[in-house]
Design a protein around this ligand. Structure first.
Ligand SMILES: NC(=O)c1ccc[n+]([C@@H]2O[C@H](COP(=O)([O-])OP(=O)(O)OC[C@H]3O[C@@H](n4cnc5c(N)ncnc54)[C@H](OP(=O)(O)O)[C@@H]3O)[C@@H](O)[C@H]2O)c1
Length: 318
């Protein structure tokens, strides 16, 4: 089968389209004929081997040769003990442990997959699992009259998070680069901030909740941006930034009646299917910036990793 593989961490030019053996599902796994895979920042991080946590399991060379975790497709074969699916079923899910979605076929544990709603295209469904779980859990406390800031709001998770927080009645501020301000407004953001020109931690009314998708700021700056009783949660960023949040940030927050911490995102169908329901109900829109073929994967990954994508980017193998 055709797959895009890589053998060392680096820029997109370390990727190459290759012929590799079709994988076989072992017990508890299914073989999926991939129809669409969406790109997440985690694919870019695993390509580059940075932040450092992207090297877990593969310190010097990548643990998985084929990236791509958010897959949608049709079940081709099932391994022993699989009870929820049979060949022909249409599924989608976040295969973060095994990856392999940038290929014609991928194996995935059945527990990571959900039946694809017939009303969603494969491309639409592939945008939901990882970004949807992050956005749902990251906005769970948004509420009427509360001020919420989403740092990195113009990307994959952010584009869902802005819409969810708005539906919960929050006053939403989106922060991203200048090319994404109009996009964030179109998603419903009440205020937008260009992080290259303005500092959300200074000169702005404080926030009740901050969801930080790209933690780069010092914990003291984040604390400054929080209202008394406010809560800051980051889901990504450098290892240094995350460790600081967990240690100094947690203590500094507690000392001033604020909560500063890392959001460990729960994965699996129970955590992303509610977003598909909201998309089907017309409450949340899916924004696919561009769709690439497997042969253009380096360009597609760079489009996301270099911050040009508005919302999600999808790769289709055929
Ligand atoms: N905690 C967990 O359990 C867990 C699980 C899965 C994934 N994750 C993490 O969750 C994050 C999800 O990201 P995603 O897929 O939504 O990424 P994405 O689509 O790439 O969006 C990130 C956005 O942030 C912007 N950005 C970059 N630097 C910024 C800065 N200093 N200030 C404000 N905005 C900035 C980017 O644009 P520019 O680059 O152009 O500025 C981009 O628009 C990733 O970091 C991933 O590793 C966490």
């Amino acid at each position: 089968m055709k797959a895009v593989v890589y053998d060392r961490y680096g820029d997109p030019d370390v990727l190459r389209l290759d012929d590799v053996p079709k994988p076989s599902p072992i017990a508890g796994q299914v073989l999926v004929k991939v129809a669409a895979t969406s790109i997440n920042l985690s694919d870019w991080e695993c390509l580059r081997g940075a932040p450092f946590y992207a090297r877990i399991g593969g310190l010097r060379t990548p643990k998985r040769r084929i990236l791509g975790s958010d897959i949608a497709g049709r079940i081709e074969a099932v391994g022993a003990g699989v009870t929820r699916f049979q060949p022909g079923d249409e599924v989608y899910g976040d295969n973060l442990q095994l990856m392999g979605g940038f290929a014609e076929y991928a194996v995935a544990p059945e527990s990571t997959l959900a039946p694809k709603p017939a009303e969603l295209t494969f491309a639409d469904a592939s945008t939901i699992p990882q970004a949807g779980a992050i956005a749902l859990q990251g906005t769970a406390r948004a509420a009427e009259g509360r001020r919420m800031l989403i740092n990195g709001g113009g990307g994959g998770s952010g584009s869902f998070a802005i819409q969810l927080a708005k539906r919960l009645g929050a006053h939403v501020t989106g922060v991203d680069n200048g090319g994404k301000l109009e996009f964030m407004r179109s998603l419903g953001a009440d205020e937008v901030i260009d992080y290259r020109r303005d500092d959300f931690t200074r000169g702005h009314e404080p926030y009740d909740f901050i969801l930080d998708l790209v933690a780069h700021r010092s914990v003291f700056a984040c604390r400054r941006a929080l209202a008394p009783g406010g809560r800051y949660r980051c889901v990504g960023g450098s290892v240094r930034a995350l460790l600081r949040v967990l240690t100094i940030g947690a203590a500094a927050g507690r000392a001033t009646g604020r909560r500063i911490g890392v959001l460990i995102v729960k994965q699996g169908p129970a955590h992303f299917e509610p977003l598909a329901d909201r998309c089907l109900a017309g409450e949340v829109n899916i924004h696919i910036d561009r769709t690439f073929g497997l042969n253009n994967l380096p360009e597609a990954l760079a489009h996301v990793g270099e911050g040009r994508a508005l919302g999600k980017v999808v790769v289709t193998p055929r």
